[in-house]
Design a protein around this ligand. Structure first.
Ligand code: SF4
Ligand code: FES
Length: 261
């Protein structure tokens, strides 16, 4: 174990832990967008998690999600310099993602209501005006779901995220992990007529699995098959292909035996 100080608080941490991880664990607020605990390696693209590091008689501003904790480090999360940089970043994000409520809320926390920057938005892109290109959706799809259905396309100013060649991609299993992990809530999908339509991913469609008892769709079929294939648990025939609501009814009927005199 090592000791470091964050905003004056003495904190014990494991060697190799990142400063942002420690701060989250300790309930210390450092705004961040591209960090997610699901990934071991931080990406370090949004820069919003910057802090001031004092060590060996000098100080510098650095990103806390990439910073490995070391014995004796002193971290300050809200010096005037840190706040100044963070506000500038938020202004840039407001220019890039003005349609994201999460970005607006974050900016408002720092008293920012408008931006001095201008970015031409591509509103034909389903993520236009909402995506900050943090890459979390791509990583979730590739590293967690192992589907690699989406990626960066285009270059420079025109960089965006979608399926290859903007075509429906059969590799997408419709799990929605990308939408769940997106810090700006940029990704949309809808369930309609027993199909999941990934609006943001070139309208890729997958079938929804239908509950054999109530007839309601309850999960994307390719996701259901993937979980079944990977799982070591074999459900009884009675509850297989049954939605969570019907499963609960079956299990509670089993548990609550009729009261007999
Ligand atoms: S869609 Fe969301 S998760 Fe994906 S890169 Fe854009 S902001 Fe990040
Ligand atoms: S959370 Fe650290 S750079 Fe994005």
């Amino acid at each position: 174990m090592i000791s470091l100080r964050i905003d004056g608080r003495l904190i014990k941490a494991e060697e190799g832990e990142r400063v942002l991880q420690i701060a989250i664990r300790e309930g210390i607020d450092i705004p961040h967008l591209c960090y997610h605990e699901a990934f071991e390696e931080p990406y370090g693209s949004c820069r919003l998690c910057i802090v001031e590091l004092k060590e060996g008689g000098s100080s510098r501003i650095t990103t806390s999600c990439t910073l490995m904790a070391r014995e004796g480090m002193e971290i300050k999360t809200d010096t005037p310099e840190v706040i100044k940089h963070r506000k500038l970043l938020l202004e840039l994000y407001l220019a890039q993602a003005p349609l994201s409520n999460n970005i607006k809320k974050l900016a408002e926390r720092y008293g920012i209501k408008g931006t001095r920057f201008h970015k031409t938005l591509n509103l034909e892109d389903p993520l236009g005006g909402k995506c900050i290109l943090c890459g979390l959706c791509i990583r979730a799809c590739r590293e967690i779901i192992k589907a690699s259905a989406i990626g960066y396309i285009g270059r420079g100013e025109a960089t965006r995220i979608n399926t290859p060649f903007l075509e429906e991609n059969p590799d997408c299993i419709g799990c929605g992990s990308c939408a769940n992990i997106c810090p700006t809530e940029a990704i949309s999908f809808e369930d309609r007529d027993k199909r999941r339509i990934m609006r943001s991913w070139s309208n890729t469609q997958v079938n929804l699995k239908i509950c054999k008892l109530c007839g309601h769709p309850f999960t994307p079929e390719p996701l259901w098959l993937k979980v079944k294939e990977k799982s070591t648990y074999t459900p009884s025939e009675e509850i297989e292909e049954v939605c969570p609501n019907c499963r609960i009814k079956i299990v509670s009927k089993r548990l609550v035996k009729p009261y007999s005199l």
